[in-house]
Each structure stands twice: as structure tokens, then as C-alpha cells.
Design a protein around this ligand. Structure first.
Ligand code: SF4
Length: 921
């Protein structure tokens, strides 16, 4: 409920408050103003619905505003996600807005009043900032064309911001070089969804927690990473005795405290365990044949796909070269050779020939081939590969694996499998995502109440803003792909730009943008709602690259983050409740909030920044013929994007019009009035600086909505989400009704018959083959079918050796959000956890002359950090394994972490670096 309405005077509120309180006691329904009056008379704080700024759980908030300031937040009792609860971070959503060092004006490196790459930061006006930025953009664009410029975005954008960014880059700049930090977070899940179901995002919803009797966590420390969901899990467990929780992890963590069983596996051992479960399902004939025959096919893909590193050692640090070389060829271990059904290759060199786009190629196989693929994964073989705790006996580990298979197979069990970064940040992240669906599909335990494989998201709007809007370098809104002509044509039509404006060549993914800065192929980078120089792996490379003289780096943020140190221009950004917004959480729930407070000083919304920047670019700057190295697509001259200026003229778009006119202030958008008569809040930091009388957030959201209608992604209109009564809606929203389970005829209006239909359209015509390749290249259509994949075990590219003798795994902790740029400014959270500890097994510490509380150096081939050793709290490491969080600016964890990625999803593996640890001098 909102009452931040300036027209309601305090005296009126007080008077109304007395009458309203009396009315309430006798059950008379109250108007918004009357309810507000009660609140105001109770403490002069006006409460408005909001959404938590942090994790992908997507908890609803009540946000308290007094005198134009957000003074408090509390869990929203009416929010179905959290039912009034928040976690320790969530309770401090108000305080993150008011850190003492909020950025309040643009800062540029200058000497003698002019931009100077080596100058000192000076305050400048917005006009000076944006003019220099536009000049730098034009310099790079003229020299390199669309591929030389980029935006690094985020799953923390609001949906309208994300949509604007994607449109600016793809339609305006004709570049696809925009990628969100969601690439670092759940890109492997996205590809898993695409390849298995042909459409992104989960089938199930959070209410399954209250419907199942078994939950299995796969590398998902939910107690720290999704705390309110964990409280629902705990509640289920404590109130329903039969509920079981199994925690599969590489170290004992907080989630183990509630789990019935913790299974500690070796890095990449999850691949073997999943195959073992599949083998058991096949051997015990536990397959739901009717479901599988009707709704699924079997599939496999290439095995020698590399590790997502550069194919050359030209930019590698000397110590990195040995690992980098494995990008091109590896010696196949005996275990891998057996696991991949090619024992004859054990100890032999195997070239990695299926890199790049080929890594994702897959084909249908027979059930007989699938059976052959999983056959090597006996209990003994799997245990040998996957056991992660050297101090656990093989027999005990085997018992746990068998128990796990029994639990999945037992028909009586309603089972949920959860995962997040443990699966996604994985050199074979797409494969593990696909394998868990294989388990659930074979058993027909998916997309039905209490049963499903459920991928969680890390960020508050990774689904809404990164995935659904399509801020990835390969995507357009609503699961459309830039590489597909009909998708481009549809987008160009909705966007009102000429055909062939959108570049058909997939852009650079997150790590490729950073690598481009290093090799001089990307020279203009704008970062929004993201702190890449702390968050990206192997960061010593990118820190140096940012300072190359030819690169211009713009960092838009609310605080002077670590990335700001490496910027040329810093733009002060508005934060969550200082703007209108919507987020999409991990269960497909879209939630909106109205602006409640103004940003400090001259801080502006990211949307305002993009629109103002677009005013400084003319159509003719970007829409003439452009070089695109490597572009080779039917209908295009090799290496070139055609000029669309003539076509544009025919549509009434003149060459000297600005990108602002063409992309944002379109005639239909200008009709969307600001202030909005139907909505309560009358403040808007996007419209205020230019006194706009149109409502960009609403206009852009409703334009974006056109992509979603009728194709299984349907969203409601802007006003519905902003309405004080709506607590988010799970899409597709058809005829005003949300869809709790996709693909299931009982719930999903897109399924008309047959019980289930996996109706996603992507990758639904594939060749035929066997475990080792394609036998018939002719694509066979697979309408409404899901794919049950065979994917084998493969070892991590870097493993502990004589010199770097320990594993390093990294992640988040309960008290802090990502790089700590917001939560470390909340004194209570900073006091609760001020340091990123180096978690070690006590025996490993002792062996190195270390004890709890000592400062140690953690060093890899890529760099070193110092951290305080912790051996007996929170995370309990098996021998051989260490752990660091990345929130602590003092401990630049990612300077140590390898930048190997899943070759299909290009998501980095933050969980498997080899390090050595020794006492700091
Ligand atoms: S951080 Fe996540 S779990 Fe905690 S309150 Fe926010 S959304 Fe909920």
C-alpha cells in the first residue's frame, strides 16, 4: 500500500487516522488514504511495497519512508515468497542507500580541465561527462565499428533499464556487445534450459517446497545464498518429519546443519554421481516409460569442447601457460577415458576440436546408446572418481551414493533438486544442468507439484532483467536469438527500426569483452550496476587492460567501488527505491515498485544516463555501413553490416535524428503520460532532470511486453505490477492468471493436450547420431519434446599439483551481497563479517605452520591474496580444499581464480582453482 502522496496533508492524515482506526475495529473496509492515515498517525512513516535488492529469492518488502528518506524496511507479510520474513541482508535494504560515500556527481580523470587517461578524478558536470563519453565512443566506433564498444550490465538492472540497455546496444549501436554479470552466475542454467526444453526458466515454483518430502541440494549452500528459501525448507523439515534434505557439496557448510546427509564430492565429481543415478534408474527399470515415450527423446553432444580459455598463450602470464595449453589438447586420464566410453584413449593426447559454437552441438541418440553411455558409472567406479573427503572411507561414501539413488528412484518420494552456482559455475556447467533434468525426466518427476529440477538464481532480477529481457550478447527479448532471422525481424518491427539494423553476429560474452580490452579489440566499455574488476575471475589481466591508453572505461555506480579505481569516468547512479522498477525472481515472478525517494545530489537513474547518452549520438553515427570482422551470414556481405540509412529515411527516420528520438522518445512512448494518474507516487528521477511529461519506465515496459504476449512469456501490464495489491505474478500471465507450472496441462494454458508439452522452440530440430558423433545430419523436428541427455564425466582443467597443491573454491556468504559494495557500508553487516576468511582444514593449516587467525598468502598461477585463516567455523573443509568469499575489497579473491569457463555457456568456473597457501611474512 502506498501513501507517499504529496497531496495528502499531515493534518488531514491525523484526523483521518482517528476515524480510520475506529472503522477498522468494526471491520469497515478502508480507503488507501485512510490506511495511510493510520500508519502516519502511528509514527509518520509511510509504508510502500518493494522488493529486496539482493538475491534471486525475490522477497517482498514493506519500505518505510519518512520526510523523503527510506528509513526502514521489513518483510512483507502479504508477499507469497517470504510471508513477512527477511534475512539479515534483507533487513538492511534501507541502510544501503545511505552510506557516507554515496557518489553524488560525475567524476572524470582530468588534467588542466581536459580528459586525461592519467589524470586525477575531478568533479564534472553531467554535460561534460556525457559529451566526453560520446566523443570517446565515436572515436572507437569510427575505428572499430560496433564490435569495439560494449556494455557490461547486470541481473541487478530493473527490467526497464535492462530493456533500454539492450535496445540501445542492439538497435542503436548495432552491436551485440552487451552482457550481464548473470553470465557469471547462471548462463549454464540458461543453455541447459534451451537445450533440454527449448525455452528458458524453471517449470516449478517455490510452493513446491511445501509439497515435497525430499530436497536435494547440488552445490547449493542455500542457507547462506538463499536464506529465506532456506527458512521455508527448514520449516517444511521441522513440521513434516518425513522430509529429507540431502546436501551435495565439496565441503561441509551451513546447509549441512539441517541436512539429513551431506555428501562431499570431489570437484567435477557431480558429473559422475549424476551418471551413476541415471545408470541405477536404467538398471532397476525405474523409468516412467509412458512419460518418456510420449514426451522425451535421448541426446548427446561432443566431448572435446575445451575449457573456455583463450586458444593462444599470447596474453597468458608465464605461469599460466601450462594450463592454457590444455585449451587446445589434453592428456585424457584413465578415469575420463572409461567415463567417456573410449578406454583406448587413456593416457593419449586428445585435441579439443569442438570449441566455440561447436561445443553446444548435439544430436539425438537411441535409448540403447544412452544405456551404453551411463554403463561405466558403477557404484565402485563413481565412488572412486567422486569421493571428496580423503578422511571418509570408500564404503561410507558408497553407502551415501546408493542411498541417494534410492531416494530419487522411490516412487513415494516427491522430490525437488535445487542448484545455483555449484552447477552453473562449472567447466561442464551445461552438462550438469542437463543431467539433473535427465534424472527427473526419466522418473517423470518434473513440472508437477512437489516434483521438479529447480535452478535458482543468484541476483534479484537475473531472470527478469538479464534473461527475459535478453541483455546477453546472443539474445533479444523473450528468448529470441540474434542469430535467427525471424527473431531479428520481429524485434526490428517492435522497435520500429529498419530491417537489418540488428547485427546477426552474436556479440562478445562477459569474459570476451574483458579479453577484448586486453587484446585491443574492445576499447569502449560502460559498466552498469556491476563491479567487474572485483567480480570477474583472473582479474589481474583486466585491471591492467583497463588502463591501456586506447581504452575508455565508464563505471556507473552508487558507490566508489573497486572498479571505479580503474575507470576513466565515474557516473553516480540512483539505487533501488530511488527509481521505478521491476525485478523478476527465480520462480518467474515479476514484481514492481514505485519510486519512493530521490537519489542524493546529482545521482541519476541508469535509464536517464542511457537516454541522455543517446541524445548525443545521431542515427548517421551508427546506421551507415559498418565493419563486423568475422560476420558471415546469408544475405550479408562478409565482414560488413549494410547501411540502413536509406530504409530509415523511408520510415521517417532522418540521419541527423538522435538515437534518443528513435529508440526512446517514440511517438507511442510520448503518449504515456507522466505523472501517471493511476499510480500514487509522483516522483520520478528519470523524468525530473529534463522535466519530461512522458513516463519512460512505463512506456518501455509496455513496449517490451509486446515481445512476450502469445509466445509463452506473457507479462501483465505495468500498472498491474505497480498496483499496491499485486505481490508479483508468475508468468506466463494469460487472461490475468499466472501459471504455476509450465508444460503441465493442468496448469499451463499453452498445453492443450497430452498431459505435458515441452513446447519451447529453440533447438527443436537436431541431427541423429550416437555417443561419438552425428550419423545423419538431416535435422529431425521434435515438437513438444524434452531431451534426456547423456553427458560424461570430464576432469577440471586445472588440478592441484606439486606446487599448487590445494583446491580453492569461492562464493558468497550470508551477510554480504556479491562484492560487498552495498552491504559492507552497513555497519551492522560489516561488524557481523568484516573479513573474507580463508577456510582450511585444520590439518592442512597445521602442515603449513598456520593456525586459526593467522594471516596466510593464497597464491595461484595468476596472483596472490592475503587472508585470515579460519579452520573451525562456518565452512568445514575436507583436506585438500580451501574456500574464500569475494565480497571483501581487501581480499581480491578473483585475482587468484582461473578464468576457465564452460565452453558452451561461457560462464566462468569460480569453484576450481589450484592454489598454494603459506604464512604471510
Ligand atoms: S537477500 Fe534474498 S533471502 Fe534475503 S531478504 Fe533479500 S531476497 Fe530475501
Amino acid at each position: 500500500m502506498t501513501i507517499n502522496n504529496p497531496q495528502v496533508k499531515r493534518r488531514d492524515l491525523l484526523k483521518a487516522g482517528v476515524a480510520a482506526s475506529a472503522a477498522m475495529t468494526v471491520g469497515i473496509p478502508l480507503s488507501e488514504v485512510a490506511k495511510a492515515a493510520i500508519q502516519s498517525s502511528e509514527g509518520a512513516i509511510v509504508w510502500t511495497k518493494g522488493v529486496c535488492r539482493f538475491c534471486g529469492t525475490g522477497c517482498g518488502l514493506q519500505v518505510g519512508v519518512k520526510d523523503g528518506r527510506v528509513v526502514a524496511t521489513k518483510g512483507d507479510p502479504d508477499a507469497p515468497v517470504n510471508k513477512g520474513l527477511n534475512c539479515i541482508k534483507g533487513y538492511f535494504n534501507a541502510k544501503i542507500l545511505y552510506g557516507k560515500d554515496r557518489l553524488t556527481q560525475p567524476l572524470m580523470r582530468r588534467t588542466n580541465g581536459k580528459f586525461d587517461k592519467n589524470g586525477k578524478f575531478e568533479a564534472v558536470t553531467w554535460d561534460e561527462a556525457l559529451t566526453e563519453m560520446a566523443n570517446q565512443f565515436k572515436r572507437v566506433y569510427k575505428e572499430k565499428g560496433p564490435t569495439g564498444v560494449a556494455i557490461l550490465g547486470s541481473g541487478q538492472y530493473t527490467i526497464p533499464e535492462a530493456y533500454a540497455a539492450s535496445k540501445l546496444v542492439k538497435a542503436g549501436w548495432r552491436s551485440n556487445n552487451i552482457d550481464p554479470n548473470a553470465r557469471l552466475c547462471m548462463a549454464s542454467a540458461v543453455v541447459g534450459f534451451y537445450q533440454v526444453f527449448g525455452i528458458d526458466e524453471p517449470a516449478n515454483n517455490y510452493s513446491d517446497i511445501e509439497k515435497c518430502n525430499t530436497m536435494v541440494l547440488w552445490g547449493n549452500n542455500m542457507a547462506e545464498a538463499h536464506p529465506v528459501l532456506w527458512s521455508r525448507v527448514a520449516d517444511r523439515k521441522l513440521t513434516h518429519k518425513e522430509t529429507k534434505i540431502i546436501n551435495l557439496t565439496t565441503y561441509k557448510n551451513m546447509s549441512s546443519n539441517m541436512a539429513d546427509e551431506t555428501i562431499i564430492f570431489a570437484p567435477n565429481g557431480d558429473l559422475a554421481i549424476l551418471n551413476y543415478i541415471l545408470r541405477e534408474i536404467v538398471h532397476r527399470d525405474a523409468i516412467d516409460h509412458d512419460f518418456v515415450n510420449k514426451h522425451c527423446i535421448f541426446a548427446a553432444g561432443g566431448m572435446d569442447i575445451g575449457y573456455g580459455m583463450r586458444p593462444t598463450d599470447k596474453f597468458a602470464f608465464p605461469k599460466e601457460k601450462d594450463i592454457q595449453a590444455k585449451q587446445n589438447a589434453i592428456i585424457l586420464s584413465k578415469e575420463e577415458a572409461i567415463a567417456q566410453s573410449r578406454p583406448e584413449l587413456a593416457g593419449k593426447e586428445v585435441k579439443q576440436t569442438q570449441q566455440g559454437g561447436k561445443a553446444g552441438a548435439h544430436w539425438s541418440i537411441s535409448f540403447e546408446d544412452f544405456k551404453k553411455g551411463v554403463e561405466p558409472y558403477t557404484l565402485d567406479f563413481t565412488a572412486q572418481i567422486a569421493k571428496g573427503d580423503p578422511d571418509e572411507s570408500l564404503e561410507d561414501f558408497k553407502k551415501k551414493l546408493k542411498n541417494l539413488a534410492d531416494i530419487y528412484i522411490d516412487k513415494k518420494n516427491d522430490i525437488l533438486s535445487f542448484w545455483c552456482m555449484g552447477f552453473n559455475q562449472h567447466q561442464r556447467g551445461v552438462w550438469v544442468n542437463e543431467l539433473i533434468y535427465s534424472v527427473h525426466l526419466l522418473l517423470a518427476k518434473h513440472a508437477r507439484p512437489g516434483n521438479g529440477a529447480f535452478s535458482l538464481t543468484g541476483q534479484p532480477s537475473a531472470c527478469g532483467s538479464a534473461r527475459e529481457v535478453g541483455t546477453f550478447c546472443h539474445r533479444l527479448p523473450s528468448d529470441l536469438l540474434v542469430a535467427q532471422k525471424p527473431a531479428r525481424v520481429k524485434s526490428e518491427k517492435i522497435w520500429g527500426v529498419p530491417e537489418k539494423t540488428i547485427n546477426p553476429k552474436v556479440g562478445r560474452a562477459y569474459m570476451e569483452i574483458l579479453r577484448g580490452m586486453e587484446d585491443n579489440s574492445v576499447n569502449f566499455v560502460w559498466t552498469q550496476v556491476v563491479n567487474p574488476f572485483q567480480a570477474a575471475p583472473n582479474s589481474n589481466h583486466w585491471l591492467k587492460a583497463a588502463r591501456h591508453p586506447e581504452n575508455f572505461v565508464v563505471v556507473a555506480d552508487a558507490y566508489p567501488t573497486f572498479s571505479c579505481q580503474y575507470a576513466d569516468l565515474i557516473l553516480p547512479a540512483a539505487m533501488i527505491f530511488e527509481k521505478w522498477g521491476l525485478y523478476g525472481n527465480a520462480e518467474r515472478r515479476t514484481q514492481g515498485w514505485q519510486q519512493m525517494a530521490n537519489p542524493p545530489g546529482e545521482a541519476r537513474t541508469d535509464l536517464w544516463m542511457m537516454m541522455e547518452f543517446a541524445k548525443r549520438l545521431q542515427v548517421k553515427d551508427c546506421w551507415g555501413e559498418q565493419p563486423v570482422p568475422g560476420l558471415k551470414v546469408d544475405g550479408y556481405t562478409d565482414g560488413k553490416l549494410p547501411s540502413v540509412l536509406d530504409e530509415a529515411e523511408k520510415m521517417g527516420i532522418k540521419p541527423d535524428m538522435t538515437l534518443y528520438d528513435v529508440l526512446f522518445a517514440r511517438p507511442d512512448n510520448l503518449k504515456v503520460a507522466w505523472p501517471d494518474p493511476d499510480l500514487v507516487s509522483k516522483i520520478n528521477s528519470t523524468t525530473a532532470p529534463g522535466n519530461l511529461n512522458w513516463f519512460p519506465e512505463k512506456a518501455l515496459f509496455n513496449e517490451y511486453r509486446k515481445f512476450t504476449l502469445g509466445d509463452g512469456h506473457d507479462l501483465a501490464d505495468f500498472t498491474t505490477y505497480m498496483n499496491s495489491e499485486t505481490r508479483g505474478l508468475i508468468w506466463p500471465v494469460v487472461n490475468g492468471k499466472e501459471t504455476l507450472y509450465r508444460f503441465n496441462q493442468d496448469y499451463d494454458p499453452y498445453v492443450k493436450e497430452g498431459g505435458y508439452a515441452f513446447y519451447g522452440k529453440l533447438f527443436k530440430a537436431i541431427p541423429t547420431g550416437n555417443l561419438f558423433g552425428v550419423t545423419d545430419p538431416k535435422p529431425v523436428p521434435l515438437p513438444n519434446k524434452a531431451k534426456i541427455f547423456f553427458r560424461p564425466y570430464a576432469a577440471p582443467v586445472e588440478q592441484p599439483d606439486k606446487e599448487y597443491d590445494l583446491w580453492l573454491c569461492t562464493g558468497r556468504i550470508l551477510e554480504h551481497w556479491h562484492t560487498g559494495s552495498m552491504t559492507m557500508r552497513v555497519p551492522e553487516l560489516e561488524r557481523a563479517q568484516a573479513n573474507s576468511f580463508l577456510y582450511m582444514n585444520p590439518k592442512d593449516a597445521e602442515k603449513r605452520g598456520l593456525k586459526n587467525g593467522d594471516v596466510a598468502v593464497c597464491e595461484s598461477r595468476r596472483g596472490q591474496v592475503k587472508a585470515i585463516v579460519q579452520t573451525n567455523q562456518r565452512n568445514f573443509m575436507p583436506r585438500g580444499m580451501t574456500w574464500l568469499a569475494f565480497f571483501d575489497r581487501k581480499v581480491q579473491t578473483n585475482q587468484v581464480v582461473i578464468d576457465a569457463t564452460d565452453p558452451i555457456s561461457e560462464e566462468p568456473d569460480f569453484k576450481k582453482s589450484a592454489v598454494k597457501v603459506y604464512k604471510a611474512q
